[in-house]
Design a protein around this ligand. Sequence first.
Ligand code: PLP
Length: 420
Amino acid sequence: MTTDLNNDVSARLEAAKKDYAALLEKNLKLDLTRGKPSARQLDLANDLLGLPGDHGFRAADGTDCRNYGGGQGLPELRAIFAELLQVPASQLLAQGNSSLELMHDSVVHSLLGVLPGAERRWADEERIAFLCPVPGYDRHFDLCQRFGIEMIPVALTADGPDMAEVERLVSEDAGIKGIWCVPKYSNPDGTTYSDETVRRLAAMTTAAPDFRIFWDNAYAVHHLTDEEVQVADILSACAQAGNPDRVFVFGSTSKVTLAGAGVAFFGSSEANVKWLLGHSGKRSIGPDKINHLRHVLFLRDADGVRAHMRKHREIIQPKFDVVQRVFGKQLDGLATWSQPKGGYFVTLNVPDGCAKDVVAKAKEAGIALTPAGSTHPYKDDPADSVIRIAPTFPDMAELEQAIDGVATCVRLVGYEKLTR
Ligand code: PLP
């Protein structure tokens, strides 16, 4: 480092130390950990709570939604989300309130039952591994860990997973049975897969005959800009490539209506849908069709969903703007961060070896951040540089304070490292 630059960094460190001391004095108690909708967002769906109300309990075909049955879910709700999740309604199931639950069950049924195209149950394989694009969603990784599924990280590029690496790995290793994909506005980077990535995922040669893409389209309609980014239709791409059973599509209304009382969806080939229904039928005599009916009455159609999501955008876009503004002002040249066009997160990349220290300093100052490493399999971010920021839940004043505080911690730890 030149003397000038050295002096400059030392001065910046001194300023950061002062700001951090002032931050500690504020005795904050703020939380930037989980990507939850705020109460104001949930209020947008309050009318759901009074439904079906006077409409009564009958579905369009006369089904009494109060009763057992209808394992596939209400047809009129499946029709609404067929378009949004790019799955024909006949191949789309509407189920309980959580798509994570459906991902969990899909893994469990693959372990304990024989998938279409499989030679044996996954539980009877010597080894099972999943590819995990990083940074990624911690609950996907926790699920793998729970069932002893080995996780192999692959880099997430601006176009999606590093496809040359994915193709190489899946073609050589029959133990690799799956890949986690959040194809649109990914958690936590906000990345959307390119059409070419979707095509290559659908067409690649896999050593495992029962390889599955876990296509977690959690943010299919969660736009933050006018661009309303689209992702290519993976189910059709797989069918066209001669791999019709390759993909499981997941989605939910958790961040459309109510996070704890929405509806989750599973879409796939006819064979896979039949396979899942065969197993889920042993577990339940049918989903909550009254909740399905409520959602139909409230959302009406795909345009109704889009219109509702614009109301969410009005609430959360200003929060993402705060993150961009504060980081832009304080961290330019020291850290980088994603500028998502949708979804729920911003990824903050701090200098290597600093993420854990930043999170610890923030904790001391009363700002809870998702633990460093959570974005990687086994909680191990080898560069110790990625921090996930979730700006939706706090109100604007709290968020401004919290983001400002995080930026102070990054400056403190970052400049300290540079002067070492
Ligand atoms: N998938 C991703 C990528 C998520 O970020 C989340 C929640 O943060 C979920 C799934 C959870 O979905 P659900 O509420 O439908 O279980």
